[in-house]
Design a protein around this ligand. Structure first.
Ligand code: IPM
Ligand code: MG
Length: 363
């Protein structure tokens, strides 16, 4: 048995703990099969942390994450925190852990699975074969820019301010991640900005264009964000890898995700340089179905696979998990969000069991 990998688990809120339990079980089974061992340590984030400590990102959580080999997050948030001051909201904890670990590169794949093609709200001929990787900048832009706040003006009226700012070095480092990602895929990179209006976007476009000299094998294009939103539903197959800033990436990655029929299927990876990567489903905490054994654990399980592949360099374990997910879908197992006629509807736990059974047959 190899040295155990230290994994920090952040189950968070809502359906988080239920889907995390499935991912942990799946990892343990794969670990046994491949002689890998994992040392799991749970830490608090989001609403769960607010309840226990009064703050959404306790310092102990940052420490635990930093000392691990990888971090697996489920989801955070609940409507009941929406009225708290911003620094006490679950979302602030999520943004805080991204910043504390320097996770500037967020990889969000949106790939249509043939088994789920009819779950998409778009026509089969539009979404068939869609395979997009959104590379979103995650620790800069308008999410973090200064000044920010709500300020009183001289007239007494309040004015809300946020600042979209990118330094050249921030653009370059996400640009390089995106060119490298495109290189491993179909060698097409589309950079999305709003350079027709925003100076920050003009700088973004200029830097990405300059970088492209180092990646002559990657075909670079640029698109304004409004057009990109439209093109994603008009002809999504034109995209391979997309690179964009924090806010545009937040929006476009949800849109790209929905092309696949359910946001409940999609994992993501957030990577930095000095610290472990963080892996999480693209979907949220779904507080409306929490604790009812209805959640789809597949995005969480696929996030664990992404963690094994990108965070721990264990591609064989990742392949096995992905194959098990394909197998349960092939045999017609579905949770409510991806249910269609003739399929078998399973709860979260039963889907976990189906995955464990499927893993036994995967080679
Ligand atoms: C995401 C989420 C977060 C974001 C929220 C929960 C702060 O929407 O991961 O896409 O805006 O980044
Ligand atoms: Mg989002």
């Amino acid at each position: 048995m190899t040295q155990p990998y230290k994994i920090t688990l952040l189950p968070g809120d809502g359906i988080g703990p239920e889907i995390m339990a499935v991912a942990v079980e799946v990892m343990q089974v794969v670990g046994k099969q491949l002689d890998l061992s994992f040392e799991f340590q749970e830490a608090l984030l989001g609403g769960a942390a607010i309840e226990a400590t009064g703050e959404p990102l306790p310092a102990a959580t940052v420490e635990t994450c930093k000392q691990s080999d990888a971090v697996l997050l489920a989801a955070i948030g609940d409507f009941k925190y929406d009225t708290l001051p911003r620094h006490l909201r679950p979302e602030t904890g999520l943004l805080g852990i991204r910043a504390a670990l320097g996770l500037f590169a967020n990889l969000r794949p949106a790939k249509i699975l043939p088994q789920l093609i009819d779950a998409s709200s778009l026509k089969r001929e539009v979404v068939e074969g869609v395979d997009i990787m959104v590379v979103r900048e995650l620790t800069g832009g308008i999410y973090f820019g200064q000044p920010r706040g709500v300020f009183a003006t001289e007239s007494g009226e309040k004015r809300g301010v946020n600042t979209m700012a990118y330094a050249e070095s921030e653009i370059d480092r996400i640009g390089r991640v995106a060119f490298e990602a495109a290189r491993k895929r179909n060698k097409k990179l589309c950079s999305v900005d709003k350079a027709n209006v925003l100076e920050v976007s003009q700088l973004w476009r200029d830097r990405i264009t300059a970088l492209s000299a180092d990646y002559p094998d990657v075909e670079l294009s640029h698109m304004y964000v409004d057009n990109a939103a439209m093109q994603l539903v008009r002809n999504p197959r034109q995209f391979d890898t997309i690179v964009t800033g924090n806010l545009f990436g937040d929006i476009l990655s949800d849109e790209a995700a929905m092309l696949t029929g359910s946001i409940g299927m999609l994992p993501s990876a957030s990577l930095g340089v000095a610290n472990p990567g963080l892996f999480e489903p693209v979907h949220g905490s779904a507080p409306d179905i929490a604790g009812q054994d209805k959640a789809n654990p597949l995005a969480q399980v696929l996030s664990a696979a992404m963690m094994l592949r990108y965070g721990l360099d264990q591609p064989i374990a990742a392949d096995r998990i992905e194959q098990a997910v394909m197998k349960v879908l092939d045999q017609g197992d579905r949770t409510g969000d991806i249910m269609s006629e003739g399929m078998t509807m399973l709860g979260c736990k039963a889907m976990g069991k189906a995955l464990v059974n499927a893993l036994a047959d995967v080679t």
